[in-house]
Ligand binder design. Structure first.
Ligand SMILES: Cc1cc2nc3c(=O)[nH]c(=O)nc-3n(C[C@H](O)[C@H](O)[C@H](O)COP(=O)(O)OP(=O)(O)OC[C@H]3O[C@@H](n4cnc5c(N)ncnc54)[C@H](O)[C@@H]3O)c2cc1C
Length: 390
């Protein structure tokens, strides 16, 4: 028999969204007994999360400000047909800083790492060693649920952080450099210059399948680095991701796939931008929404989170339509033209797109003109709405 710990709220999964909920609750309700249970030894794993500052409101920015490791006042995109500099502030959070900050802010007994959860319900969590947490509510923040309920494309990448002897010569992020061979869908290289001689280089694909060949992509990163004269380099960190790009799907099926009546946050709640797969802005907003509450009973918390996530899923159908246009109406090697055209639009429209706050006029503007896709296949995607999906 393991031990039983009684508390107010237990958060399952100490990744991005679980940590943000814990931080927001600690700040707003310091007397609440909150426990954060994570299978890894470190909170947040090995990640770098980036976001545009305008995606967050002042309260959200205040929550993440202590986590920000790097920041830039603008970024670039590069396509064969156009290059552009944009003035939006871009910020990055390193997982080691998240781990450090959460440990500094929460009481030591609030964090349990190296604890694999084997059982979870609306009011309890149980770990492999038999420790049972009983709470007013358990919040599931363990990452993706059953993705089979969603119609998906994939954003996949391998990233390497290098030090480059003599410096790399870049001062701002290039979040899309598509001046490279278009292979396996829409391909671009994403670079973040952290210091004058440290840079992250990610080889990224908007692809139909989730298969990731690490060695192949590492070779392509090396080609890109060589082409830019970064010959004397040392890899200091690597990361890889296969992230869902939502084309459609059954939101309710997805929600139910990880348990009825369980409050959920993060990707587990379907809260990510359908096109970019970014989830940080949603995770921040939801953490503050939870912290604003006084009632932490599982039923009311579940209903609030389910209502919120479902509402966002509904509101974001436009982005799923665009994703279908990219994945179903454009030939894979022509997908980059959609992005090149998009980056010719007004800078504030682009900002609202990333924040998933496009206006009706933005949407019309994005669809207007001559999109670089087959008009018949595009019409097919406009009309597609399968039963039970939205
Ligand atoms: C490499 C990579 C880079 C990304 N970059 C960005 C970015 O720049 N900006 C952005 O907004 N989004 C980014 N994303 C997408 C998304 O924001 C992240 O996946 C984000 O971490 C999702 O947050 P989450 O809290 O839902 O899940 P996670 O952060 O994955 O957290 C889930 C946690 O639950 C734990 N867990 C799972 N199962 C159990 C269990 N049984 N018992 C105990 N613990 C468990 C995991 O160990 C993990 O720590 C990136 C994703 C990846 C993979």
């Amino acid at each position: 028999m393991g031990r039983t710990i009684k508390c107010d709220v237990v958060i399952a999964g100490g990744g991005l969204s679980g940590c943000l909920v814990a931080l927001a609750l600690q700040a707003r309700h310091p007397s609440l007994d909150v426990r954060l249970v994570e299978q890894g030894e470190r909170l947040g794993g090995n990640h770098l999360w980036s976001f545009f500052e305008q995606d967050l409101d002042p309260a959200g920015l205040a929550l993440v400000a202590p986590l920000i490791s790097h920041g830039w006042d603008g970024y670039e995109v590069r396509f064969p047909t156009r290059s552009r500099e944009l003035g939006s502030a871009y910020r990055s959070v390193r997982s080691d800083q998240l781990d450090h900050h959460v440990r500094a802010m929460l009481p030591p007994n609030a964090i349990l790492t190296g604890a694999h959860i084997v059982e979870l319900g609306p009011r309890h969590v149980e770990t492999r060693d038999g420790t049972r947490f009983e709470a007013r509510s358990a919040i599931d923040a363990r990452g993706a649920g059953e993705l089979g309920h969603l119609d998906l494309g994939w954003q996949k990448f391998v990233g390497q952080e290098f030090t480059v002897a003599g410096g790399h010569g870049r001062s701002r992020p290039v979040i899309m450099d598509a001046n490279i061979p278009q292979i396996d869908g829409y391909r671009f290289v994403y670079t973040l210059p952290f210091t004058s001689d440290t840079i992250l280089v990610e080889d990224t694909y908007y692809a139909d399948d989730p298969v990731l060949d690490h060695a192949l992509l590492a070779g392509r990163i090396a080609d890109y680095a060589d082409r830019h004269g970064w010959h004397r380099r040392t890899v200091v960190r690597q990361e890889a991701g296969v992230l869902p790009v939502a084309l459609g799907g059954n939101f309710d099926g997805y929600w139910r796939s990880t348990g009825q009546g369980v409050p959920k946050v993060g990707v587990r709640a379907g809260l990510f931008h359908p096109t970019t797969s970014y989830s940080l802005p949603d995770a921040v907003r939801i953490a503050l929404l939870i912290a604003d509450r006084r009632d932490f009973s599982a039923t009311t918390l579940h209903d609030a989170l389910y209502g919120e996530a479902r509402q966002r899923w509904r509101e974001r159908r436009f982005y799923r339509l665009l994703d279908r246009m990219m994945f179903r109406a454009a030939e894979p090697d022509a997908r980059f033209r959609i992005m090149a055209r998009f980056y010719g639009l007004d800078a504030t429209l682009i900002e609202r797109f990333y924040a998933a706050r496009s206006t009706g006029w933005d949407k019309a503007r994005i669809l207007m003109g001559r999109p670089p896709v087959s008009i018949w296949r595009a019409l097919g995607q406009l009309l597609e709405r399968k039963k039970g999906q939205f």
